[in-house]
Design a protein around this ligand. Sequence first.
Ligand code: CO
Length: 134
Amino acid sequence: MLGRVNHVAIAVPDIAAASRAYRETLGAMVSVAQALPEHGVTVVFVELPNTKVELLEPLGETSPIASFLAKNPDGGMHHICYEVADILAARDQLVAKGARVLGDGDPKIGAHGKPVLFLHPKDFFGTLIELEQV
Ligand code: CO
């Protein structure tokens, strides 16, 4: 079911400081910050040869990463995103095997303009999983 790792997302309290650390200390290519109000985050993309890392800073009062950062004030790995060819088929297989899909269970359009779903971290060893149809 799973394809490539599309991205790893890291929640950070200060995206400017995190961008500097990735650019200047780690020597990575870091995009300019984009505010995504409909997703409640500001994001930068760290481009790597085989995948990308997204740095996420909360945006707005109802950011979906606010509670994570309240528990992890220094920041931390928030989710990993795997690619799937058919997100509805993947969802139906997962649900049939007892995995829980967050929200109403229907794919939403994610930060890259593609359909995404999130799987409950308690079903996957404490890690929030995003599936993205590519
Ligand atoms: Co993501």
